[in-house]
Design a protein around this ligand. Structure first.
Ligand SMILES: Cc1cc2nc3c(=O)[nH]c(=O)nc-3n(C[C@H](O)[C@H](O)[C@H](O)COP(=O)(O)OP(=O)(O)OC[C@H]3O[C@@H](n4cnc5c(N)ncnc54)[C@H](O)[C@@H]3O)c2cc1C
Length: 396
């Protein structure tokens, strides 16, 4: 594979890079810079997300008929690489972009595509994902939230948990059980659910970082019109698989760049941390560990390019996408831990005048724990790699 950009791709990369340079808010991501809070935060991210759309940085490959830019997937990869490298604020509709949008484009009716797709890109409608339940996480097919047909409506009862962004979402990609007598993977139905319907009750959960990004959602006799079903009654499993494949496939390349950014920050930390008259970077053991991260990063980069070139040939995201998420999340966890080791006693300070880098590494070490759980736990991803990439016997 030739890794160099064509002249046309190089021009696109340059355009993305300079747009980001000109538009990232001043001081963003530097120590001492604080993000807006409360309603101001929502307004800031909405405005920023719309700008990203208007600049052509999201919806790169999505059909023009639904508001996308319909460009080659290589452009999407370039946009994601440059975006991750720049450290810019994220588009706020991560679940809409990574999961709901691709699922609606693949399985939605014409009306659903017209109604929802563009408003995902502009962040006019925010989305959340209602898959996990208290009794069904890794084992999604074990879910028990019930939807019962009543005339031309469904009545939904049950509970979802860990639903990121549900507290600000307008819609939810929701998987329910419509036929409890069918096999575990049958009798599931997938809804595009309006979160403002009566009977939808969202309760935020506090995370280890102190943030409340995810929530419980309770459904109490929520009456949903049948037009909210996507993919047809009983076909929820196939639709959910599309969502999960897209979730993992879209991540790989951006995660590699994120890891590279974190590694460069780690190098700066090692160089600037004083240790007994020298710096942490002079310590041979620390140099050794940083060098190891660098070689792991290169292995991840080329694994991603290999699965990307397979994607270019087949047009389908493959199970290899699981490798990127697994390696990134575990490497990132070890990398942020090394940063805290380098900080030494200062590692205990996550804020205040003496905190190193304003508590950046403390926050990301804590957040990195969730990364090995969300979007498929490390154990589940290892099972997928063993069974579907390597052809080893099934775990059960
Ligand atoms: C930050 C964060 C955000 C999230 N956001 C969302 C969201 O927006 N929407 C949503 O629906 N969910 C979300 N989740 C939930 C996430 O998808 C689940 O936590 C995950 O699928 C694991 O399910 P569980 O928590 O029920 O654990 P379980 O499935 O009960 O697993 C418990 C342990 O057993 C292991 N295990 C389970 N099955 C096997 C097996 N077959 N072989 C080997 N080991 C196994 C797991 O790896 C894990 O270590 C989020 C989670 C986190 C941490």
């Amino acid at each position: 594979m030739d890794f160099r950009d064509t002249p046309e791709e190089a021009a696109f990369r340059e355009r993305v890079r300079s747009w980001l340079q000109e538009n990232i808010p001043e001081g963003w991501g530097t120590p001492g810079h604080h993000e807006p809070e409360g309603e101001e935060r929502q307004a800031f991210y909405k405005d920023w997300s719309r700008k990203l759309y208007e600049a052509g940085l999201v919806g790169v490959t999505w059909p023009k008929a639904y508001g996308g830019y319909e460009q080659h997937v290589t452009h999407q990869v370039i946009a994601m690489e440059e975006f991750a490298r720049s450290g810019a604020p994220d588009h706020m509709n991560v679940i809409g972009l990574g999961m709901a949008g691709p699922t609606i484009i693949a399985h939605g009716t014409e009306e659903q595509k017209q109604r929802f797709v563009k408003r995902i890109l502009t962040a006019e409608d925010m989305w959340c994902q209602g898959f996990s339940e208290p009794g069904a996480g890794s084992d999604l097919a074990g879910l028990s939230t019930r939807a019962v047909k009543d005339g031309n409506e469904y009545v939904i009862n049950g509970q979802k948990v860990w639903s990121s962004l549900a507290h600000i979402a307008d819609f939810c990609i929701l998987v329910t059980r419509t036929d409890p007598n069918a096999g575990r993977h049958h009798g599931l139905t997938y809804f595009l659910l309006d979160m403002h319907l009566p009977g939808v009750d969202v309760r935020p959960l506090k995370q280890i970082t102190g943030d409340s990004e995810f929530n419980e959602i309770f459904f109490n006799d929520v009456r949903v019109p049948e037009e909210a079903v996507i993919g047809g009654e009983g076909n929820g499993w196939a639709v959910a698989i599309t969502t999960l494949m897209n979730e993992r496939a879209s991540l790989g390349i951006a995660l590699t760049v994120r890891l590279e950014v974190a590694l460069r920050k780690l190098v700066e930390l090692a160089k600037s941390t004083k240790q007994n008259g020298s710096t942490a970077a002079d310590d041979p053991v620390i140099r050794d560990r940083i060098g190891q991260f660098w070689s792991e990063l290169q292995a991840l980069r080329f694994t991603n390019y290999r699965s990307f070139s397979k994607f270019l040939q087949t047009g389908m995201p493959g199970p290899e996408g699981s490798t990127a998420k697994l390696v990134w999340s575990e490497t990132n966890q070890r990398l942020t831990k090394l940063a805290l080791e380098i900080e030494g006693p200062y590692a205990m300070l996550s804020g205040g005048d003496h905190a190193v880098d304003d508590g950046y590494w403390q926050r990301w070490q804590l957040r990195s724990r969730g990364n090995t759980i969300e979007g498929g736990t490390s154990e589940i991803l290892r099972n997928i790699i063993a069974e579907r990439v390597l052809g080893l016997p099934k775990s059960r």
